[in-house]
Design a protein around this ligand. Sequence first.
Ligand code: OGA
Ligand code: MN
Length: 219
Amino acid sequence: MNDGMLRQLPLLMDDLSASGWAQMPNAIGRRDCSALAHDLELHYEAGDFRAAQIGRGTTQSEHKTIRNDQIHWLKAGAPEQSIQYWLKEMNDLTLALNENFFLSINSFDSHFACYEPGSFYHKHRDQFRGSAGRVLSVVLFLNPDWLKASDGELLIYQREDDCTLAAEIKPEIGTLVVFQSATILHEVRTTKRRRLSLTGWMSRGDDEPNRGISKSPFE
Ligand code: OGA
Ligand code: MN
């Protein structure tokens, strides 16, 4: 685990247990985030992104009114050094969280996301209904110099009162947000600037409807 994350780990653990969510600025260094953003853009230009889907049994038209970002799922064996580094950092973070909270998380899936101007993701929770697979959600932002006027914040609602905002998190490069997938309602405010991020899920068991992609690195 890198030094920045290691230093902030005790606070992350405290915040997670107190409120179900936590944010860590500069969790991943600037150069590593820039490399991730660069590789994201290469995949985007190569046509590897698709309109994101939502839970099972939802029609396409319903879906466009809920979210309209585009995503690219990462493969465990991806050749990019930036992606290998990201997966390693998330592996190390998972091990620490497992040890501290006795979570038994054993898999990690993540995707690049690109929100073009005008894109959003309405209020939702990340855990599929009837499935306990997803334990913790993580989001890493990849845009430098995000201005308030660009909107695009990640809105986090209180665990105990999901009508009340707990935080509006600016999607600034290097900030990592971690939250309980089952309890935390959240949303992405319509962005005015192209918004790049990595979103991932730390899961337990094998009932995650895995897309045949990255089952490691936790196995
Ligand atoms: C998601 C999500 C938040 C963000 O992909 O489920 O809530 O800030 N993303 O990108
Ligand atoms: Mn979500």
